[in-house]
Design a protein. Structure first.
Length: 726
């Protein structure tokens, strides 16, 4: 791959992938793999062939290692160790970075879960066609018994042995950088100037090639990359999904994305051109390519603690993405701390003096009021609802795989802070040392999608395709059926006779994505585009709201029983969130629309008195429920009203802060989207825009803790899942 200043190109040089590569002359024997486990791959940088002393400072080597760590820390593969012995031998082959000649190392030992990458530099020329660097996977030659040959070729990845490989079994590779390029070496890009090429960006790009992206051998030897190339398109399922098409366009050499390919508003790392004064890191599309060619890539998440609601401008949080973390800019105090997780941050919950971070991998992390780590608990499903009852001094939580758990207080400390173990029938105490376990419940046909407080107890939102809602007195009881429920094969739920915890159930066609209790009414939003408003908390029994769904929303089911239905609304797209701010309600829709409604609207089957014109929702003349609408490219995933401002997080990684709740009309915030966030649309109308931010991951939650704001980031957001909080 090659690189140069001001649009000079990474020109494909993946031929080294096939140097000396010998296909086994026998039927491959696929060995059983060990159970996969969450881990990282170590990319060991070797400077043995840096004979020109290009990496002659600690700073240069640190940036090179940072690039290796950024990518290696996202890989979960288990690579078998290479330990030659006896008649089992092999030869690693690669381009010598200093000379360009083929280099061979006989019987190189490679530790498990490790790739070795030889780096160095030489003069690759100057001018508009000069190369800045090129890297590729290493080749090999091998002799020995079949199992040994399989190990060398596959590193324990069975897909690497296929005639058309579906996986990567590399030992590593090599990268040559251009010693004549005007490189910029720094973790921060704040001082990256004109006519400088960012070395971190170049190193990450070339390591992407070493990992197999763009591996197109000139001899036509099949690779897991070429298996997915057709014409000048890449057909990998993960990449196509991320790109939003059936394929991703490639450059003429099929070893990079097409010129100018972007993802989430950012230039992709594997674009063929790196411009001067530009930092370019891996995007979700680049990581998707690694998944497609066989790497096990785990997601990551961040939780930022921000002073107040941040500052102003297009980088209102005053931070910088350094590839492996989000750091505050020098001489700024807006960003107070950054937490980095090897899983997306799904939600944050508050319980007493503690806050809990719920991660996508099922981990629940506890912090105290001072922001210090307290403990963790790992569940099979992710925690999708958590509620603390101060009156009972218990905490109740639900998981996506249908479990509920109740613990005394907020549990304890350490790696099993609740001292519980999941079993097939519920939770049990792990050890006799301490007991926090109060009770548990298992839903046989439902996942828990949210827990909400109401005046007499709690609502439990359930969902797997369709949705349900339970109303429970208090927080239930104790033991392995703490809610005393009877469940049938169709998903129906009632209470056991003799117990008073269960009050009622309501079934819906869509899943519940938002629920608010305000002004003595319950308002619910659903994935099928319906909304319903209920007087109080409804009644009792298996149709506790006494409603039936129809095309326009809801209507009363039985005239002979109590009427709890106040009103309903139907949208042509999913309702994905309900939020309250001051005296208004925000309604987020799956098409990117955000509606602002006075109170919770009125009554009847069009309780918000809305109309749609050319895809834009406005209010009917003569009604004052609709205040304004804003349309975004991404979905609104979270909204917080704090300090007299409305802060909005989007699935595409943008954040927006506006004064108050904005203005009126169909562009209520008077904004236009830009790559870095937002800017004011019209200078002739009121300015509501205070600031914006752009992340590489979606914004999954905004939460107020005291005078600070927590910002949760998650790379992969469920488009219709409620984003819980407190």
């Amino acid at each position: 791959m090659s690189l140069s200043i001001r649009g000079r190109r990474f020109s494909g040089r993946n031929s080294l992938a096939s140097v000396g590569r010998k296909a086994p002359r026998f039927r491959p024997v696929v060995q059983d793999l060990e159970d996969r486990r969450l881990m990282t791959v170590t990319i060991k940088i070797d400077y043995s062939y840096d004979t020109s002393n290009f990496f002659n400072t600690t700073v240069k080597r640190n940036i090179m290692q940072l690039a290796a760590d950024i990518l290696g820390n996202r890989l979960d593969d288990h690579l078998s160790a290479i330990t030659p012995s006896g008649s089992n031998s092999w030869t690693a082959q690669f381009e010598n970075p200093a000379t360009g000649n083929t280099q061979k190392i006989k019987n190189l030992s490679v530790p498990a879960d490790t790739l070795i990458v030889y780096v160095g530099a030489r003069d690759l020329g100057t001018g508009s066609t000069a190369e800045g660097g090129h890297g590729a996977p290493g080749g090999l030659g091998v002799t020995g018994i079949p199992a040994w040959v399989n190990l060398i070729v596959s590193r324990g990845q069975p897909g690497a042995l296929a005639a058309k490989p579906t996986d990567i079994g590399s030992w590593g590779g090599a990268i040559a950088f251009n010693s004549a390029t005007n490189w910029y070496f720094d973790v921060s890009s704040s001082k990256l100037g004109p006519k400088q090429i960012d070395f971190l960006s170049a190193a990450i790009h070339e390591l992407g090639h070493v990992l197999g992206i763009g591996d197109v051998p000139p001899d036509g030897h099949p690779t897991s990359w070429t298996r997915l190339v057709s014409g000048h398109s890449f057909l990998g399922a993960y990449s196509a999904s991320e790109y939003g098409s059936s394929s991703v366009p490639l450059n003429p050499g099929n070893d990079h994305w097409a010129e100018g390919t972007r993802n989430g508003g950012f230039e992709t790392a594997m674009d063929p051109t790196l411009h001067d004064s530009t930092r370019r890191l891996f995007t979700d599309l680049d990581y998707a390519a690694l998944k497609d060619i066989g790497w096990q890539v785990h997601d990551q998440g961040f939780l930022l603690t921000v002073a107040g609601t941040g500052g102003t401008g297009t980088n209102m949080l005053s931070l910088e993405d350094t590839g492996n973390t989000l750091a505050k800019l020098p001489n700024t105090s807006t960003l107070l701390s950054t937490e980095h997780y090897t899983s997306g941050v799904f939600a944050v919950y508050k319980a007493g003096d503690f806050t809990f971070r719920a991660l996508d991998d099922g981990t629940l992390v506890k912090f105290n009021a001072a922001g210090a780590f307290v403990g963790t608990q790992k569940f099979t499903g992710r925690v999708t609802g958590l509620l603390y009852s101060a009156s009972e001094n218990v905490m109740i939580l639900g998981t996506s795989d249908g479990w509920m758990l109740k613990v005394s207080g907020t549990g304890g400390t350490g790696a099993n802070m609740f001292n519980v173990t999941e079993t097939s029938y519920g939770f049990q105490r792990t050890s006799t040392s301490t007991n926090y376990l109060v009770g548990s419940e298992q839903f046989l046909h439902w996942g828990v999608s949210g827990i909400y407080a109401n005046p007499s107890g709690i609502y439990i939102a359930l969902g797997f395709g369709s949705g349900g809602l339970l109303k429970i007195n208090g927080t239930g009881g104790t033991g392995t059926n703490m809610l005393a429920l009877a469940q049938d094969q169709s998903g129906g739920i009632v209470g056991l006779s003799g117990y008073h915890y269960w009050v009622g159930t309501q079934r819906f066609i869509g899943r519940i994505t938002g629920l608010i209790y305000t002004g003595g009414q319950t308002v619910i939003g659903l994935t099928d585009g319906r909304m319903v408003k209920i007087n109080g908390t409804g009644g009792t029994g298996t149709n506790m709201f006494n409603i039936v769904e129809y095309a326009g929303g809801f209507q009363r089911a039985f005239a002979t029983t109590d009427n709890y239905l106040v009103g309903s609304q139907y949208f042509s797209t999913s309702v994905i969130g309900l939020y309250q701010a001051a005296a208004v309600t925000f309604i987020a829709l799956a098409d990117g629309s955000l509606l602002q409604i006075k109170g919770t609207g009125g009554t009847g089957t069009n309780m918000l008195a809305l109309q749609s014109k050319s895809g834009t929702i406005t209010g009917l003349p003569g009604y004052n429920y609709w205040i304004r609408t804003q349309k975004f490219s991404g979905r609104v995933t979270t909204l917080l009203y704090m300090g007299g401002a409305t802060i909005i997080g989007l699935s595409d990684g943008r954040m927006l802060k506006v004064s108050g709740t904005g203005g009126t009309g169909t562009n209520m915030f008077n904004i236009v989207e830009i790559d870095g966030g937002f800017q004011r649309a019209f200078t002739t109308t009121a300015n509501y825009l205070l600031g914006s931010q752009r992340f590489r991951a979606g914004v999954s939650g905004l939460f107020q803790v005291g005078n600070n704001m927590l910002v949760a980031l998650d790379e992969h957001l469920d488009p219709t899942h409620p984003m819980p909080g407190f």
